[in-house]
Design a binder for this molecule. Structure first.
Ligand SMILES: CC(C)(COP(=O)(O)OP(=O)(O)OC[C@H]1O[C@@H](n2cnc3c(N)ncnc32)[C@H](O)[C@@H]1OP(=O)(O)O)[C@@H](O)C(=O)NCCC(=O)NCCS
Length: 332
């Protein structure tokens, strides 16, 4: 599934797989020695790798993560492997396809740590109760890493290419008992342009005129805004050739409503994707989560752009340099 989830602990990060990772992933997956205990697949061409990526982005039962070292490593050495949570079904899922592809990174504890980070995401973020996996009985480093993370053996079956595969499983309670540093793991899920939503507000008008109501969210059902309103401001009289915004907010969420006239809003996320919206209806609100870049432009002469926010003004939360904004994905 396409996602933006990151999890970080002690110099290691799980993050989404980017298109720029595909060639290295392909090299590792085509390495016969490295993948001798993984499911056998034919030689992967660039087209096959790309089509795997496209399918993986829409598979709602599978989340694949790149394993990345952070801190004192050069950038060509930081992407070291990948791992997946797949067959997600209710409160269970399978862990697997783990690979530390970078030769110099194997045997340094990263396989174990990546396992812990993914199990923690599975239990605390995806709300799973039990995670299963299979591992070849001769794959000593994998067995050691998985057992240290809380997996125990519950069965075995023959492996198609010889020997046996151990069936292993871990439940949430056992995992939390076993791993002591869980509270220090940081999970971060930055918003993407797909999280920007056009909200429709009902018009309660009659022959006397129009009436549109917006209820800030206080947790009660049927509120039509996703947040509580702390601040309201409006923009009008902006010349048509001016672009406003040009910043991202680290903490504030917004709803933009063009109560009169027309305005365009372009929103970009930290992975560089962007989307443009035309706001021209007082019954329509554009919900923009935190940490998205915003540009407002093509204001009509009569444009009045009303903005609702869930936070009071704080100059320190504004990122006004686009490169710094894009770079934020590397430190989150
Ligand atoms: C399996 C794999 C993911 C483990 O990652 P890793 O970073 O190399 O493993 P770690 O450094 O976390 O080590 C885990 C344990 O195995 C031990 N270990 C590491 N390399 C070993 C080796 N060559 N022989 C024996 N034990 C080894 C470590 O000492 C550690 O045990 P310990 O905590 O008791 O000391 C990695 O080796 C790999 O990608 N292998 C190829 C692909 C693969 O087989 N994937 C698993 C599919 S189920």
């Amino acid at each position: 599934m396409k996602h933006s989830i990151c999890s970080i602990y002690d110099g290691l990060k799980l993050r989404p797989v980017y298109e720029s990772d595909l060639e290295l992933l392909r090299t590792w997956r085509n390495d016969q020695q490295l993948t001798k205990y993984l499911t056998k697949i034919p030689h992967i061409t660039q087209e096959m790798q790309r089509s795997w990526f496209v399918k993986n982005q829409i598979d709602t039962g599978c989340y694949t993560f790149a394993i990345e070292r952070i801190g004192e490593v050069s950038s060509h050495e930081n992407f070291i492997g990948s791992v997946s949570l797949y067959n997600i079904n209710g409160d269970t899922a399978e862990f697997g396809r783990a690979i530390i592809g970078n030769d110099s990174a194997r045997g340094k504890g990263f396989g174990f740590l990546a396992t812990v980070l993914l199990l923690n995401l599975g239990f605390s973020y995806f709300g799973l109760r039990k995670i299963t996996a299979s591992v070849h009985e001769d794959n000593i480093s994998a067995i050691k890493a998985y057992e240290k993370a809380g997996f125990t053996v519950c069965g075995k079956h023959a492996h198609p290419s010889g020997g046996c595969e151990l069936e292993i499983a871990v439940e949430k309670a056992e995992f939390y008992d076993k791993i002591g540093f869980l509270r220090q793991i940081i999970i971060h899920n930055p918003a993407t342009v797909d999280d920007v939503k056009l909200l429709q507000f009902q018009n309660f008008g009659n022959a006397l005129g129009n009436l549109v109501v917006i209820d800030g969210n206080d947790g009660q059902p049927d509120r039509n805004l996703p947040f509580e309103i702390k601040r309201i401001f409006y923009i009008y009289g902006t010349p048509a050739d001016v672009t406003r915004g040009q910043h991202a907010n680290r903490f504030s969420e917004f709803c933009f409503i063009n109560i009169c006239g027309t305005t365009k809003v372009n929103v970009a996320d930290t992975s560089g994707q962007n989307k443009t919206f035309v706001l021209n209806s007082p019954q329509e609100g554009l919900y923009i989560p935190k940490m998205l870049w915003k540009d407002m432009y093509d204001f009509s002469e009569n444009s009045v752009l009303l903005v609702l926010s869930d936070k009071y003004y704080n100059a320190a939360e504004y990122i006004r340099n686009f490169d710094e904004f894009l770079g934020a994905k590397n430190v989150l």
